[in-house]
Design a protein around this ligand. Structure first.
Ligand SMILES: Nc1ncnc2c1ncn2[C@@H]1O[C@H](COP(=O)(O)OP(=O)(O)OP(=O)(O)O)[C@@H](O)[C@H]1O
Length: 588
């Protein structure tokens, strides 16, 4: 509750105070209007001057019409401000998580989508609900006072009905919050199938294999399941609300019968009867507002817990204070590194001992699933080894600032990103400092062999590499083009080469999509770029690694052998077998 209120306070104090003042005004107006109505009626019946009271009643009527509109506007404005602050905090918290483990955890993902949904709306719901409850309480207080004056016994059934409704609303709120939490899995799968049916990247296989019907049916199954859950919720809500309404009308009807009887007997004036009717309606309205507002607050608080969980989760790897990492002088050592992605998952790396000497080119080869990409991810410190350590010039990576370490590394991942941004930005993301430095971007593109292709695009480097944002206007750099797989790979390579000051260059399958000539050309460029630098090249194309200073073969998570190309061929082990197979394939 405090966290939600703090968020609302932080995103606009003046607005929150105004909203509170309006809540007080909103609850005072109906009570004042009821008293003024009684006064006007009694004055008319007693033939006394009525103008001043009638004018005040008109003002109260105007305020009753106006205040809700103003509250609505202020609430919407507050909602937008809270949305901004909540998102800033949520995505800021995510950016402070340097590892990948949390994002791979489906439970965390569920919380994350609930946090993204409820964080921006939660505080407004809580504030709105709390103020609504206070408003209801004030209104209730005013009318309860009135009922006490007229007939205190009427309070008993009216308040009992309110207590029943309050209990029902709380149960509904808890049920609704649980339902919301439980739907995450189904919603994610439904979204996944809907994405498959609409995404361009899946379209080829979906059409060729005729998967549209299958995925569509699965999407509808998920939707039907979540609809059934929502239907259960709606039915409960219907029952509770209808019961509450019914109870209210019975109480109001009984009260009216009593008031009319009392007026006949001369115990009440006409004004008293009007006041009584207004008071019973007012108490019930106050209770309804209070009950539904408390229910709304409770539900919002339960859901806001997910937002709090994500925002306060903290870094997912033991953090070290920010700072720079000294340049690599001697090398990186993996000392008895064991790693698995989860406690219930098999070991991926099993006691890897390996040195990547500074200034030398090391190549990593081996069968699929051997752990090469995992080793790359550990070097970038997306995870910490489960056992053992990785040392940067003798210092454990866990003792180095993550951002500082990553500034020292340039990497092309096997599954690199194709950003729907301009060609220049697609390269510049490799080093945000170079965003405005077109000369550096072009130099990196030249080294990766994509300079000519990018310069020849309709708007050169400013062409957007996507058609998602295409506009009808001509000459708009937003109208984009699509690159081929190999061209994309060169752009991703340029992104890593832009970090020309990085100490360690990691290339995970940088040329798998290139044609033979392009591959030879790119590797010639890379050899020049890597000369004298520390690099780690992961590749299945063994022709591209033969000139590395050392080749390491990784098999089933362990180093099977290590040496130069010639030495490994002579040894006749795994590398020799793989190389000979590939070479024979080419010759045949
Ligand atoms: N995020 C992950 N969560 C769980 N298991 C994973 C994850 N990433 C990889 N693995 C598993 O780790 C093992 C090693 O995968 P890795 O990608 O490191 O192999 P690789 O040697 O790079 O393979 P390839 O040559 O096919 O690229 C595989 O069995 C894979 O299923």
């Amino acid at each position: 509750m405090i966290a939600a209120l703090e968020l609302a306070w932080a995103s606009g104090r003046a607005r929150l105070l105004l909203r509170m003042a309006l809540a007080v005004l909103g609850s005072a107006v109906p009570v004042a209007a009821a008293w003024l109505t009684k006064d006007v009626l009694d004055r008319v019946a007693a033939d006394r001057p009525v103008l001043a009271s009638a004018l005040l009643l008109a003002v109260a009527g105007g305020a009753a019409a106006l205040v809700p509109q103003v509250i609505q506007y202020v609430e919407a404005e507050a909602q937008r401000a809270v949305d901004l602050t909540a998102r800033e905090r949520l995505y800021g918290a995510l950016a402070r998580m340097p590892g990948l483990r949390r994002l791979e955890d489906p439970r965390f993902h569920d919380r994350l989508s609930l946090a993204a949904e409820t964080g921006p709306t939660g505080p407004s719901e809580v504030v709105g609900g709390a103020l609504g409850a206070a408003q209801g309480l004030l209104m209730l207080g005013g009318f309860v006072g009135t009922l006490v004056v007229l007939n205190a016994w009427m309070l008993v059934p009216v308040l009992l009905a309110g207590a029943v409704a309050l209990h029902g609303q709380f149960r509904l709120g808890r049920f609704r919050a649980r339902l919301h939490g439980g739907l995450g899995h189904a919603l994610r799968r439904e979204f996944f199938y809907a994405q498959l049916l609409t995404s361009l990247s899946a379209a080829k296989e979906v059409r060729l294999f005729g998967l549209g019907g299958l995925f569509g049916a699965r999407m509808l199954t998920e939707l039907r399941w979540s609809n059934a859950q929502r239907r259960r919720m709606d039915r409960r809500e219907l029952l509770v609300q209808a019961g509450h309404g019914l109870l209210g009308s019975v109480v109001a009807g009984a009260g009216l019968v009593w008031a009319v009887g009392a007026a006949r007997a001369g115990r009440l004036t006409v004004g008293d009867v009007s006041m009584f009717v207004a008071a019973v309606a007012g108490v019930q309205a106050g209770l309804t507002v209070m009950v539904s507002s408390l229910g709304r607050t409770q539900e919002a608080l339960l859901l806001f817990g997910h937002y709090r969980h994500v925002v306060t989760a903290g870094p997912d790897l033991p953090a070290v204070a920010e700072g720079e990492v000294p340049p690599l002088r001697h090398g990186i050592e993996l000392r008895d590194v064991w790693f698995r992605y989860g406690e219930d998952l098999p070991w991926v790396l099993r006691g890897v001992n390996l040195t990547i000497p500074a200034g030398a080119a090391t190549a990593l080869v081996g069968p699929n699933g051997g752990g090469k990409s995992t080793l790359v991810k550990l070097l970038c410190r997306f995870y910490d080894p489960t056992r053992g350590a990785i040392l940067w010039d003798g210092t454990d990576l866990r003792e180095l600032p993550v951002a500082g370490l990553r500034r020292r590394i340039g990497t092309v991942f096997q599954d690199f990103m194709a950003y729907e941004l301009s060609a220049a930005e697609n390269i510049a993301v490799g080093d945000p400092d170079a965003r405005e430095d077109r000369a550096r971007i072009v130099a990196a593109a030249r080294r990766a062999g994509c300079d000519r292709a990018l310069a020849a695009l309709p708007w050169g480097y400013d062409t957007v590499l996507s058609r998602a944002f295409e506009s009808a206007e001509q000459d708009d750099p937003g109208s984009g083009v699509l690159l081929s797989g190999g061209q994309w790979q060169r752009v991703a390579l340029a992104r890593a080469l832009l970090r020309d000051r990085a100490d360690l260059l990691i290339l995970d399958e940088p040329s798998s999509g290139l044609d033979a000539e392009a591959e030879a050309e790119v590797h010639r460029g890379l050899r020049e770029h890597r000369a004298g630098r520390t690099s780690l090249l992961v590749s299945h194309r063994l022709s591209t690694v033969r000139d590395a200073d050392a080749i390491v073969a990784l098999e089933e998570g362990a180093v099977a052998e290590r040496g130069t190309h010639d030495a490994l061929l002579r040894a006749g082990g795994l590398y020799a077998r793989l190389f000979t197979l590939q070479a024979t394939g080419y010759r045949d």
